[in-house]
Design a protein around this ligand. Structure first.
Ligand SMILES: Cc1cc2nc3c(=O)[nH]c(=O)nc-3n(C[C@H](O)[C@H](O)[C@H](O)COP(=O)(O)OP(=O)(O)OC[C@H]3O[C@@H](n4cnc5c(N)ncnc54)[C@H](O)[C@@H]3O)c2cc1C
Length: 536
């Protein structure tokens, strides 16, 4: 027996994709019911900041229920479980906020360079939505110093974060070698914006205590104030229900992650991240009947893509006073469309001003050891002297991220495992094996990392040998015009269903060397407009 819902739209997942859609739909007068598997943090994150940064403590109130993050991971990238941020706000409650627009070529690498898959939309289609997404998130930035920026029809809503001392030194050295280092657009307020204060430069964006770094909780709060949003936390959605062909009728979720409950749904948006969205669609489709058609293409879970980020650490002879200007500062887009792109794709290079000791090692939000029940953090120092030594060392260093593209192959997918979760459902099986393109991209990334080390006159250069996804998970419900090869259309609507949508990077047709989240939000706004039109 389904619990009747009076919502016009039900949304699975309260990350930045789901929240953007919920905020817009409630603003336009629709009622929304949101289901989120994780708990709710206090917002802004002052308490979390005090707990985790000042006292090195994690509050057990935020503990994620046992077994909920479980995955089976095979292939060459094993670090995925800690990348599951199952909390209200999802990953963007703890992200860094780099928000470059993708370049026109990123939407058509197949046609231009012969690798990857072309999107059913082009840059010109998404450009107006980039403007809306920048206004939604309050992006600080400028293209004045970036000769590689794509065309834009509206200025950034906020001025840029200027270079700090270290950026100026590095930019000067790179300029001597004809390399342009420029400021980085980011979801961090250079001035007060939309009820958020200006950044106070605490330098710990991951748990910004004042809400200057954008978090989905900002719009969640505004949506709740309309009285048209209900948010069910600790509510794992396990199945999409469909009684008739092409029509979703409801969902099955576990209230308090315990009690199985069915809720009716008129329009359903799945915005649970690329891994869990694919899993939910697969679990639902294998029930057969009308729901079976969700995976009529056989493409659900296929085309998983991780952009490969190759970190490097440069140490300089003189102090660059790293860590004083907030984390996201300087970027270089000069190598995004390089000669030889058809063999290895392009790159983005970011010179983060993170003081590594405060970021890389322990300030990470929900990706932690909760499941072992350890409620405190483990910093890499044991006393004040060791901490000061680390901070002093950090002043001479810069962390560089070399972001490379990747391509889908049959060896990269999300399926269902034989392992089951606490509800008896198969967990996601994530298989990722790099191919020749990834290897060529790696060699190219390493050569550019070396070039930057010598051009900036680094005394020491440590190339990290394992890639990171940067928590960027793409594909699995890819968009395309042909229902035989794609799960959704360019609006995120599942082919063959009139009231089922997917939002988030799972619908991306390709990767890019540029961070994904501005593009996620632009597409989510496009989806919200489509749903609004269908309800009006
Ligand atoms: C530390 C960190 C730094 C980052 N920095 C950047 C950056 O600088 N720039 C950038 O572009 N990107 C960055 N990212 C990535 C960015 O945060 C993500 O791309 C983006 O937040 C994804 O949003 P989403 O809403 O699609 O998915 P998610 O954030 O994954 O949200 C999905 C939500 O669904 C919930 N959920 C999952 N399964 C279920 C279920 N069965 N039932 C109910 N709820 C469910 C999850 O708990 C989660 O809240 C970073 C991420 C992290 C973690």
């Amino acid at each position: 027996m389904k619990e009747p819902s009076n919502a016009d739209v039900s949304i699975v997942g309260s990350g930045i994709a789901g929240t953007t859609i919920a905020y817009l739909l409630t603003k336009w007068g629709h009622r929304v019911a949101m289901f989120e598997v994780g708990p709710m943090y206090d917002y802004p994150f002052l308490k979390q900041y005090t707990d985790e940064i000042v006292h090195l403590y994690r509050d057990p109130r935020y503990k994620i229920g046992p077994g909920l993050r479980k995955l089976e991971v095979t292939g060459d990238y094993r670090d995925l479980e800690p990348e599951q941020y199952l909390v209200v706000g999802g990953m963007a409650s703890h992200w860094s906020g780099w928000t470059p627009r993708w370049l026109p070529s990123h939407f058509e690498t197949k046609r231009r360079f012969g690798y990857g898959v072309d999107w059913p939309i082009r840059y010109a289609d998404i450009e107006p939505y980039y403007c809306k997404a920048e206004a939604h998130l309050g992006i600080s930035g400028t293209d004045d110093d970036n000769p590689f920026a794509p065309p834009r029809s509206k200025p950034y809503p906020l001025p840029p974060f200027e270079f700090g001392y270290g950026d100026k030194v590095l930019a000067g050295r790179l300029k001597e070698k004809n390399i342009v280092l420029h400021t980085a657009p980011q979801a961090r307020t250079r001035a007060p914006y939309d009820g958020r204060p200006a950044c106070a430069n605490t330098g710990v964006c991951g748990v910004c205590p004042i809400g200057a770094r954008y978090a989905p909780q900002h719009h969640l709060r505004l949506a709740m104030e309309t009285g048209r949003l209900t948010l069910e936390t600790n509510a794992a959605v396990r199945r999409i229900l469909a009684d008739r062909d092409g029509v979703v009728s409801g969902l099955l979720f576990y209230r308090d992650n315990r009690q199985a409950t069915e809720s009716s749904a008129r329009t359903l948006v799945v915005a649970a991240g690329a891994i869990e969205s694919a899993r939910l669609l697969l679990l639902s489709a294998r029930e057969g009947g009308a729901a079976g058609r969700i995976n009529q293409s056989g493409q659900v879970g296929q085309n998983l893509m991780f952009p490969h980020i190759w970190p490097a650490i440069y140490t300089y002879a003189e102090p660059l006073y790293t860590g004083r200007m907030g984390p996201a500062t300087a970027e270089c887009h000069q190598f995004a469309e390089p000669p030889g792109q058809e063999k290895h794709g392009g790159l983005k290079i970011d010179f983060s001003s993170n003081l590594g000791v405060f970021h890389r090692d322990y300030a990470g939000g929900a990706g932690d050891d909760w499941e072992e029940g350890v409620p405190s953090l483990h910093p890499p120092w044991h006393n004040r002297q060791e901490l000061l030594k680390e901070v002093d060392r950090g002043r001479f260093q810069r962390e560089v991220g070399i972001h490379a593209e990747s391509v889908p192959t049959p060896e990269k997918y999300v399926g269902l495992s034989k392992l089951v979760d606490r509800f008896g459902d198969p967990v996601a099986r994530v298989q990722h094996q790099s191919n020749e393109f990834d290897e060529a991209a790696k060699q190219y990334a390493f050569s550019i990392a070396k070039l930057f080390a010598s051009a900036t006159r680094a005394k020491d250069f440590e190339q990290v040998q394992e890639f990171s996804t940067g928590h960027h998970h793409h594909g699995t419900c890819r968009m395309g015009s042909d229902p035989a090869h794609a799960v959704v259309d360019s609006y995120g609507q599942v082919h063959g269903f009139r009231n089922l949508f997917v939002a988030g990077a799972s619908i991306f047709a390709s990767t890019s060397p540029f961070n994904p989240t501005l593009t996620i939000v632009a597409l989510a706004i496009r989806t919200a407009e489509r749903i609004h039109a269908s309800l009006s």
